[in-house]
Design a protein around this ligand. Structure first.
Ligand SMILES: [Zn+2]
Length: 1021
């Protein structure tokens, strides 16, 4: 799903140092379709459309062929990966290495998307979302690169997007007003009033203020700046709010001319569309018109290594929701490792970091995490091979200052211990097994993943083709790691004898905001006092001009658009088999899973009472982290990681697609394994079901602390999701349940639980939950496997029979366990969740009709129409929020939201005024706008399905292919008058609704007319 808020990729890359411990389920992926070999075998040494083909290399592990080409005139590098995959990718990337913290690359990423020579349209990517069937579209800024990738399965669409992307990056208009809007500007707090005070504004300016107030992104940024202080990594590529106002429009334009030059570009394509067409277009339309420009400016030199380790200390803001202030400190110990271009070393370090950090058998987990002196690893922890000088970082969050010394001591001792004892053979095997399995797993969006992995290496001219031959690397690693002497050498070189080491600590400072505000006020005062009368007059005029420009209706007809007859249905009904084995309803699907078998199951939880249910998310967090009756937790973890992908547990609450009065609540469990390991994987699940053991008190305590710590991070990043969730809970009992398990309410509940209960109480809860839900007659299961897996049926049958050995056989097998909803009072209520954050998140929710109702597809199309024609223009472009839009849940709750919003009641009024706006703007409901709104729904519906996800909608939600297809046909059949009609029918301001604002919100009166607002303080108060 696309939302406006995901466009800017800056923060995403900044947060890249996260532990790769969990595999998230992706609900869409690449589909493999046979197509004729398309690149008619380009040959090395020959020239194709101005590109010299330099290398052609088969990559066996991924069934693909890599073509490396160089543009003769400009030396642009081009990598094409030809693979029988319809989800084709295209990307243009540049090495962008700032020498200051004005945020130039980041602001440039925003402004190139404000219109180009051929497409003078603000926000063309966003506008293309409604004119395309893209499966991915984005722009991302890293510390030293910026790239613009998209993917699509439709070739006409692919060519359309290519045109827009290339024109945006090579020929952007970069107009002054765009710079003011996206970067920074001085503006009167009251636009019309010349005497009102001047303030800083700008999209990136505000975005970075937000990022700098977020503790973990601040720590991550400052850590890289401090450990790699020389050159580009010493600066903030996203922009430091106090430095952004130094940037000039001219500097931005010059930066573009130098860094977004073809000679500094890397172009990538992937999939089964013909390569030569790409080459021809890129060459003729753009590259051919440039001269070579030596990209020496952008080269990053390796950092000179330190002779002595260093220390640093910084302050952050107090997290109102983050536990006692004495504990809100962080510490990180980091080492600069090998150069990114040293492929084998970086590959080896990835494995080493896993051996050292991840899971209960890793050395640091044993020595530091299990000591229970912190809230667990912080988000910097891990091996970062995204920048020239790669980093190993070990960090803890929520740790008392008095423990810093102890942490350091333990870290040193742990390294000494690894040096003297090495790693256990079994542990090494399990880490290597994980690598092997991940190579075989047909991961969704494969072409994009490869690009994301290669981009940092390619950016420093690393050996990208060798990087794709993972089996060679893996074989070399296997033989090395088993050699104790080798491990000793590595630990000595990178840790014991490595003096390029930084220890950084961070404490909360209650004055943090004041200090920033004072500094900001100083910068502002300097700027304002330096202004001449003429400049002041310009600011006043430009403010009004920008406001007018933002309101101006743009001519979008210049943008390419798919046509209705170019859209084809590319899905077929999956072949599924439904049986009962033991007492377990089963859905089986034979698919092209590349030697991997996938298991999914749903466990009902309606048997739990309210206080047990509150604990469910914690239960699923810990259930596979304890001893079982046959294994201690370390051995169990080894067994799991040696035979499977790991076990996953997810809270599963789903609305009925037909009956608004019913829902299912449960736990979704899943795992996958190499075919030959299936009996072991099922044995592991058997162990979880029949022999859990929560007796270890110390471990329970530690996991509880870590769990509660983890809950508060990330609230700001997904504030709009939390706001919608809390608003939905006011109008729906399904969502009341969700709010209690997945929303902010859950965070508060867990803090109560920590205070209210003893460890023994919690152990009792865990035992009871286990006894109630981990039962054969409480499970339904789904398997995906390929026809080469001979023993699959026998193994599954044995698993089911064993699991159901003690259960009473029932005649009825409910595939989905529906629970009846409670009635919710139909008052117009609002909840203001007060949090100490500088911006708000707003939501309004109106109940309408469920999925199977004929009005549902009309409302669904309406969400897209309102998002692009009403909410985005007003809430974002006029009122200054970072994003705004509408969406519909399966049971027909119509959601309005805003993201990082400086206003709250103003936005609420926009939501309330929807039908009035529609009445005045029926002219906007024209054929093109209707088509665009439909298309963006089809984008969602037509996403390719991964082999291991076929038929899963039926399994999870009771949503069959036929129902899905009816919905798709109804979406295509929606008429213009339908949109106006359902808008007036369901969305008037008088309709029953729930509202939520998360944030400070204090400056505005939220309550209006007949609404009842309740204010809730955060969990700590
Ligand atoms: Zn941004």
């Amino acid at each position: 799903m696309y939302s406006r808020v995901s466009r800017c990729g800056w923060t995403k890359i900044q947060n890249r140092l996260t532990l790769a411990t969990q595999h998230k389920i992706h609900y869409s992926s690449n589909i493999l379709k046979k197509k004729e070999s398309v690149s008619r075998n380009l040959q090395p040494g020959k020239v194709y459309h101005g590109f010299l083909c330099t290398e052609v290399e088969p990559i066996k592990e991924y069934n693909m062929t890599a073509y490396l080409l160089t543009h003769e005139k400009t030396k642009t590098e081009y990598l094409h990966l030809e693979r029988d995959d319809s989800n084709n990718v295209f990307s243009v990337g540049f090495r962008t290495t700032p020498q200051d913290s004005m945020g130039t690359p980041h602001i440039l990423e925003h402004t190139v998307l404000c219109g180009s020579e051929k497409y003078p349209v603000r926000d063309p990517f966003f506008k293309m979302l409604n004119r395309s069937l893209a499966t991915f579209m984005n722009a991302l800024t890293g510390p030293d690169y910026t790239f613009y990738p998209f993917s699509s399965q439709n070739e006409i669409d692919y060519r359309n997007l290519q045109k827009v992307y290339l024109d945006a990056v090579f020929r952007p208009n970069l107009e002054r007003l765009d710079f003011l809007q996206e970067g920074w500007r001085l503006e009167h707090s009251n636009l019309e009033d010349k005497s009102s005070e001047l303030v800083f504004k700008g999209v990136v300016y505000n975005e970075m203020k937000g990022a700098f107030s977020e503790t973990s992104s601040l720590f991550g940024q400052k850590f890289i700046n401090a450990i790699l202080p020389n050159g580009t990594y010493g600066y903030v590529s996203g922009g430091d709010p106090l430095h952004i106002p130094k940037l000039t429009h001219d500097h931005l334009r010059n930066f573009h001319a130098t860094y977004y030059h073809p000679s500094n570009a890397r172009i990538y394509s992937y999939g089964n569309f013909p390569l030569e067409q790409n080459l021809k277009f890129v060459n003729e339309a753009y590259l051919n018109q440039y001269k070579y420009l030596d990209p020496k400016n952008s080269v990053v030199s390796p950092q000179v290594r330190w002779q002595n380790m260093k220390r640093a200390n910084i302050q952050c803001r107090v997290d109102q929701y983050g536990g006692p202030i004495e504990k809100q400190n962080q510490i990180a110990i980091g080492y600069v490792m090998s150069d990114i271009t040293n492929l084998y070393e970086t590959f080896m370090m990835t494995a080493l970091a896993e051996l050292m950090i991840i899971g209960p058998n890793s050395a640091f987990y044993k020595s530091l995490i299990e000591k229970n002196i912190s809230g667990g690893y912080n988000s910097l922890t891990g091996y970062d091979n995204q920048i020239r000088d790669t980093l190993f970082v070990l960090g803890l969050r929520d740790v008392e200052k008095s423990k810093f010394e102890e942490v350091e001591k333990i870290a040193n001792e742990t390294i000494e211990q690894i040096f003297s004892k090495g790693f256990e053979k079994e542990h090494i095997e399990s880490v290597l097994h994980g690598f092997e399995l991940s190579i075989k797993h047909q991961s969704p969006k494969f072409g994009l993943k490869v690009l994301f992995n290669l981009m940092p290496l390619w950016n420093h001219n690393g050996p990208i083709l060798n990087a794709l031959k993972v089996n060679d690397l893996l074989n070399q690693l296997k033989s090395n790691l088993m050699e104790p002497r080798y491990v000793k050498e590595v630990i000595e070189k990178y840790f014991i004898a490595n003096h390029h080491k930084l220890i950084m600590t961070m404490q909360p400072d209650p004055k943090f905001d004041d200090i920033f505000n004072t500094a900001e006020a100083k910068v502002l005062k300097e700027k304002v006092s330096a202004l001449t009368e003429a400049q002041k007059e310009d600011i006043y005029k430009e403010g009004l001009e920008l406001s007018r420009a933002q309101k101006k209706v743009q001519n979008l007809d210049v943008l390419p658009c798919l046509k209705i007859d170019e859209i084809t249905l590319n899905k077929t009904a999956p072949e599924l088999k439904h049986t009962i084995s033991g007492n377990i309803p089963m859905q089986l699907c034979e698919a092209n899973t590349n030697g991997v078998t996938y298991f999914k199951g749903v466990l009902g939880t309606d048997c739990l009472n309210d206080s047990q249910r509150q604990m469910l998310p914690f239960f699923i967090y810990i259930v596979d982290k304890f001893d079982t009756k046959s294994y201690n937790y370390r051995d169990f973890d080894k067994y799991v990681s040696k035979s499977t992908s790991g076990l996953s547990f997810i809270t599963h609450i789903t609305e009925h697609i037909d009956q608004p009065g019913q829902y299912e609540q449960g736990v979704l469990i899943n795992s996958h394994c190499l075919d030959e390991n299936l009996p072991k994987m099922l044995d592991i699940w058997m162990e979880i079901f029949s022999k859990p053991n929560f007796n270890n008190k110390e471990r329970m305590n530690m996991l509880l602390t870590n769990y509660c710590s983890s809950l508060t991070s990330g609230i700001i990043d997904s504030g709009h999701t939390f706001a919608m969730q809390a608003a939905r809970a006011l109008v729906s009992s399904v969502d009341e349940c969700k709010e209690n398990l997945l929303g902010l309410r859950h965070v508060m509940n867990m803090q109560d639980i920590q205070n209210k209960y003893t460890v023994e109480d919690i152990q009792n809860f865990m035992d009871t939950i286990a006894q109630n839900i981990l039962k054969g007659d409480n499970l339904r299961a789904a398997f995906h496997y390929c026809n080469t897996n001979q023993g699959v049926h026998e193994a599954i049958d044995k698993f089911c029979t064993d699991l159901c050995k003690d259960v009473v056989y029932k005649d009825e097998h409910n595939r989905i366990n529906w629970t009846d909803c409670k009635n919710v009072p139909k008052d117009n209520r609002g909840v203001h969740i007060s949090m100490n954050i500088p911006v708000n998140f707003c939501a309004k929710v109106i109940p309408t009709v469920p999925y199977s109702d004929p009005d549902y597809p009309k409302l669904r199309v309406l969400t897209r129409f309102l998002t692009s024609k009403y909410l985005h223009p007003i809430v974002r472009e006029q009122n200054g929020a970072y994003g705004g839009g509408a969406m519909l849940t399966m049971d027909g709750l119509f959601n309005f939201y805003s993201y990082r919003d400086p206003n709250s009641r103003v936005t609420m009024d926009v939501f309330d005024d929807t039908t009035d706006w529609m009445a005045k703007n029926t002219g906007l409901v024209d054929d093109q706008n209707l088509f665009e709104a439909k298309l963006s729904i089809l984008q969602q519906m037509d996403q390719p399905i991964a082999e291991f996800m076929k038929g899963i909608d039926l399994f999870l939600y009771g949503l069959s292919y036929d129902i899905w297809q009816t919905q798709r046909e109804r979406v295509l059949a929606v008429k213009k008058e339908d949109l106006i009609e359902v808008c007036q029918k369901y969305l008037p301001r008088t309709k029953w609704a729930g509202k939520c604002v998360i944030g400070d919100g204090a400056s505005q009166q939220l309550r209006k007319e007949s609404e009842a607002w309740e204010k809730i303080s955060g969990p700590q108060q």
